[in-house]
Design a protein. Structure first.
Length: 181
């Protein structure tokens, strides 16, 4: 099964992301697959394809690492497209305490034993808003990137280990384990 670990959004920040998506849909009605409201989150670790048999081990590691988790603050810092040379994703960039990146790195090191497809790139906290399918004209891109965001700091209420089921209609996420922060 495909799985990932994510910080869930507080309602205020989720509404801000939904408002941004709705504005962007009016600006770019075609050529972008916008994220469904219920799928908005901050990815913590993409575990890739995992075997059901290691789920209890993954859960144990996450619970153990959460005991040392004490850095749960994000700040909305703007809209970005990545990569910048041939954009494929539109997201809200988040600044986070450096402790979060260190914690994710330690967590991923332990999870790698059970998750051979674990994505171990440097942690860049963000809220994915859409996946770009077609070229977006430069004037439209400039408007997208200048979209006003709140700049507010916030804390995630919890973390969820999700199963991701891909289909032509888009991904569907099923909660496997929830962890309060």
């Amino acid at each position: 099964m495909r799985a990932f670990l994510a910080f869930n959004l507080p309602s205020e920040q989720k509404l801000e992301a939904i408002e941004a998506i709705n504005s962007f849909k009016a600006l770019i009605p075609f050529g972008v697959k916008w994220v469904e409201d219920e799928n908005l989150h901050i990815t913590l670790s993409f575990l890739g394809d995992i075997n059901d048999a290691v789920l209890d081990d993954i859960n144990r590691i996450i619970e153990e690492r959460l005991a040392e988790f004490d850095c749960n603050e994000f700040k909305i810092s703007g809209v970005e497209v990545v990569p910048s040379n041939r954009p494929k994703i539109v997201w809200i960039k988040l600044d986070a305490d450096s402790g979060i990146s260190k914690w994710v790195k330690r967590l991923n090191k332990e999870l790698a034993t059970f998750c051979p497809d674990l994505d171990i790139k440097a942690y860049k906290p963000h809220i994915t808003l859409g996946r770009i399918k077609d070229v977006i004209p430069v004037p439209v891109m400039k408007r997208l990137l200048s979209y006003p965001v709140s700049g507010l700091s916030f804390k995630s209420p919890d973390i969820t280990l999700y199963k991701s089921i891909l289909s032509k209609k888009g991904p569907r996420y099923i909660s496997l384990f929830d962890y309060e922060l």
